[in-house]
Design a protein. Structure first.
Length: 255
């Protein structure tokens, strides 16, 4: 007869067969229970897909789940597609070596944490990022280059209008700093070497031109840096995408 575990008490009448049966039954039931749990664990991963949550480590004293972005957009795909060469307005915009652009500065959909309404453009100077707030709690994020110290602007305004392949006219004070720009005092035509790039969005505040623009740039390596004369610059492929999503009077918040 098998030796019984310590937690199994033999029947009072000492029937060996009954004791053997009791032990075997407990063993089978416990084994079946374990297999049931294993089976449930296996099913849970294949039949029930729960949303993946990140933990917000900026909140102290509590754990707050951050909802993952859920939007699907045909123009926010892999970087090899988004930053490929393209023909636009008769110009062949060269491909961007996206491998040299930090992933955080590539176009992507993120959870909207700006607190602003859909349609608002939010430029976060410290982050070097621009957010276009979407319906449904998401935002499209783009990497940007910003103005150098002393050339930055912040506040609330609106997009008054936009232009494709805009003419760039350096202001008189810029020509004073860089006399070689005098040749463009009447305007540099739009093109691949134009500092405004493929598109420009003109920022007005209280009906007046602020002189600041959100525009493209052929200098993709400047994204993430502070080196402009105050405007907000995007990769040409990104400003083309942003421009297609923006209409007149979109609110702009620069913080």
């Amino acid at each position: 007869m098998r030796e019984l575990p310590q937690n199994v008490t033999p029947p009072a009448n000492g029937d060996a067969n009954e004791t053997e049966h009791l032990y075997s039954r407990r063993f089978v039931l416990s084994g079946a229970g374990a297999m049931t749990l294993l089976g449930m664990a296996g099913c849970s991963t294949s039949t029930l897909e729960l949303p993946q949550f990140q933990l917000d480590d900026t909140v102290t004293g509590s754990v707050r789940p951050i909802r993952p972005a859920i939007s699907v957009d045909k123009n926010v795909t892999g970087p090899d597609v988004m930053y490929a060469s393209l023909n636009d307005g008769g110009f062949e915009v060269p491909a961007v070596p996206y491998q040299k652009v930090k992933p955080e500065f590539r176009r992507q959909i993120v959870v909207n944490e700006t607190g602003e309404a859909p349609g608002t453009i939010v430029v976060h100077l410290q982050e070097r990022k621009l957010y276009l707030v979407q319906e449904g709690g998401d935002a499209i994020r783009y990497g940007v280059g910003i103005g150098k110290d002393g050339f930055r602007w912040s506040g609330r305004a609106n997009i008054q209008y936009g232009k494709e392949w805009p003419t760039w006219t350096p202001p008189p004070e810029m020509i004073q700093r860089k006399p070689e720009l005098v040749k463009w005092q009447n305007g540099q035509p739009g093109g691949l070497t134009n500092p405004l790039g493929a598109r420009a969005l003109y920022i007005y505040q209280d009906g007046k031109d602020t002189g600041y623009r959100i525009h493209g740039s052929p200098e993709w390596a400047s994204i993430g840096l502070a080196m402009s004369s105050g405007c907000v610059r995007l990769i040409n492929q990104d400003i083309i995408d942003l421009y297609s999503r923006v209409s007149k009077k979109n609110p702009v918040v620069v913080v």
